[in-house]
Design a protein around this ligand. Structure first.
Ligand code: CAA
Ligand code: FAD
Length: 378
């Protein structure tokens, strides 16, 4: 067991850090105006960040989950919206296609997605099915050579900008979760429309939309895995997704901490830098400890996945802990900045708003606890 990153992983951190500097410019405006970072997403594709864990034969970068976590942390330190755009695309769309897709699906969909030419979205949640994900109301009725898709998905990340969607839907209600399928749907097909963009508290430059399906014809060859595999597909995909969100949360926490430490050395009160007051020192010490603990949990989950070992519980632990650390650290970061923390120019108020979502999406903190508890009590 060793705790040093390989040269390759250090290089990835350096590359992601360099790229993240370019995200800083305009980040406040993109947040305020809820503007999608088109140019940056294109650049992320060129750098291999939009196909990080996909084999090179499918035009991915062929890296491991640890590399992915490192890059996501660095990007999310500066811009957590770019972080979730990358995470939903890599973890929720590419992973599932590579692991469970057919050769034809990989040729047609995985290649343009992994090269960064196209963007993906993953649609599980519905107005009546968020945490309770088995209670799907969207239907995909079997019509021989195709399914007819009807229903509404909501809260879909990359919803307006994606080209390719993985949509979860109920085919056979009598079979419950064993009657659910995962289907690949292309933007622009008849009957598929996209609802207005949500006006959010945080991660504002990532676009979130509902998706509406009315008699959308989806060819059978667009089903991922065997008939009825859709719910397990979603759960297995989310196990990896939770490592991505843990890394995003880690980035938010680490970004808020870096800003706070630097500010505490500059800002003077009562004749000395505020970092010389023990109250501020203790906040910084807690941040350092908690961020490192979150990082270790996240790296461990990534390591387990990379080594073909079970990782569902560890991914839930990493996501649960890192998201709580992101929230707590970013609140304390605003506190350390005093009044300056409350305005946009100092970035920490945005990180605080961004942190909240990491406790909600890809399974709320309550659902992570449920997943962990079921595993340890099994
Ligand atoms: N891997 C494989 N199979 C799994 C699994 C896993 N991790 N977790 C559950 N399953 C299987 C179970 O074995 C069971 O199958 P069998 O009956 O054949 O054994 C089946 O799935 C149903 O499981 P449960 O009985 O445990 O189902 P449940 O109704 O009690 O709920 C749950 C399980 C964990 C709460 C699940 O519904 C869940 O994860 N909910 C949260 C949903 C979520 O995370 N949504 C995120 C949407 S994507 C997103 O948010 C993206 C973004 O922001 C960017
Ligand atoms: P509910 O399930 O209604 O939960 C409400 C509250 O009850 C929560 O506190 C929850 O923890 C608690 N609760 C529910 N059940 C239990 C229980 N059994 N025990 C204890 N407490 C419980 N979904 C996608 O499919 N794809 C995406 O790309 C995507 N992106 C998102 C982006 C954003 C910005 C947002 C806000 C959401 C996104 N989601 C996406 C949806 C997200 O995964 C859900 O919002 C989340 O899973 C919670 O579901 P819900 O909102 O319906 O809350």
């Amino acid at each position: 067991m060793h705790f040093e990153l390989s040269e390759e992983h250090q290089l990835i951190r350096q590359t992601a850090k360099e790229f993240a500097k370019s995200l800083l410019e305009g980040v406040i405006d993109r947040d305020e105006q809820a503007k999608f970072p088109y140019d940056h997403v294109k650049q992320m594709g060129e750098l291999g960040f939009m196909g990080m864990m996909v084999d090179e034969k499918y035009l991915g970068a062929g890296m491991d989950t640890l590399a992915y976590v490192i890059a996501l942390e660095e990007i999310s330190k500066i811009d957590a919206s770019a972080g979730v755009i990358m995470s939903a695309h890599n973890s929720l769309v590419l992973y599932g296609l590579q692991a469970f897709g057919t050769d034809a699906q990989k040729e047609k969909y995985l290649k343009p997605l992994a090269s960064g030419e196209k963007l993906g979205a993953f649609a599980l949640s519905e107005p009546e099915a968020g945490s309770d994900a088995t209670s799907q109301h969207t239907t995909a009725i079997d019509h021989g050579d195709h399914y007819l898709l009807n229903g509404t998905k909501n809260w879909i990340t990359n919803g307006g900008n994606a080209d390719i969607y993985i949509v979860i839907a109920q085919t056979d209600a009598e079979k419950g979760h064993r009657g659910i399928n995962a289907l690949i749907v292309e933007k622009g097909v008849d009957g598929f429309s996209i609802g207005p963009k949500e006006n959010k508290l945080g991660i504002r430059s990532s676009d979130t939309h509902s998706l509406l399906f009315t008699d959308v014809r989806v060819p059978k060859e667009n089903r991922i895995g065997d008939e009825g595999f859709g719910f397990k597909f979603a759960m297995k995909t989310l196990d990896g997704g939770r490592i991505g969100i843990a890394a995003q949360a880690l980035g938010i926490a680490a970004g808020a901490y870096d800003l706070s430490r630097a500010y505490s050395k500059e800002r003077k009160t009562f004749g000395k830098a505020i970092c010389e007051h023990q109250a501020i020192q203790f906040k910084l010490a807690d941040m350092e400890v908690e961020i490192e603990a979150a990082r270790l949990l996240t790296y461990k989950a990534a390591w387990l996945k990379d080594h073909g070992k079970p990782y569902a519980k560890e991914a839930a632990m990493a996501k649960l802990y890192a998201s709580e650390v992101a929230m707590k650290t970013s609140i304390e970061a605003v506190q350390i900045h005093g009044g300056y923390g409350y305005v946009k120019e100092y970035h920490v108020e945005r990180l605080m708003r961004d942190a909240k979502i990491t406790q909600i999406y890809e399974g709320t903190s309550e659902i992570q606890r449920l997943v962990i508890a079921r595993d340890i009590l099994r």
